[in-house]
Design a protein around this ligand. Sequence first.
Ligand code: NAP
Length: 243
Amino acid sequence: MSSPRLSALITGASKGIGAAIAVQLAQDGFDIFLNYRSDHTQAKKVAEQIEAAGVSCTLLPFDVADGDAVEKQLALLLDAPPFVLVNNAGFAADSLFGMMDDNSWKSVIDVHLNGFFNVTRTLLPRMMRKRKGRIVNIASTAGQTGNPGQANYSAAKAGLIGATRSLAVEVAKRNILVNAVAPGFIETEMLDGLPVDEIKKRVPLGRFGRPEEVAYMVSFLCSDKAQYITGQTFSVNGGIYAS
Ligand code: NAP
């Protein structure tokens, strides 16, 4: 009798990097739980691509920053927790520090850092019981170095890298591997409005990355080939920063 397929939950996967990760993990053979916040049309298009890979896709729209919603929506995953959790949901609200309002600071910390906490805390006890799992946190070059106008975003992403390290040490004995991936500039809606030609000149490879190029790294970290890797941060950034 063949064993049931493993599953993966990806947050913020209606578009961009999260969608590319979801499609790649589907091609790797995982059933997909696809979280997003509001873009139902786009999420359904991603679901079609996932199902075309021959696996299932369950749409789970909720705000990762809303702890009650997370608990409620993830209840259906608790009996059979996913093998993979990718904490990817996020957005930026850039502003120079002197002009940053409460909402820009709190909303960015809320999604990236509290979102990671809400989703991971809900699933982790069940993953630990299964004694297997992979958690991949999507950080950013901004969490490794500084970007003007991004103190909120850098703080959230640096916090995520720190949480990755500590959690990895905590759960290693339960065979749960926790890593972060830090993309540089990747072609998604998040770059809308930025001076792209100027920024490209700063990237040693001379171009922005594609969402799929981040997804390949996540795919590797969730594969059998990555069984001795935990607590690390992997940059996918065209050489713009070397840690
Ligand atoms: P994107 O194209 O704007 O997609 C963001 C995704 O996150 C969407 O699916 C969105 O859902 C979802 N989302 C936003 N807030 C959410 C919330 N509160 N709850 C649940 N889902 C939420 O962004 P992206 O560029 O792919 O970014 C993905 C991740 O990569 C983020 O963590 C970002 O910080 C990180 N990153 C991006 C870059 C880059 O250059 N693009 C670089 C470094 C790191 P809806 O649209 O359906 O509401």
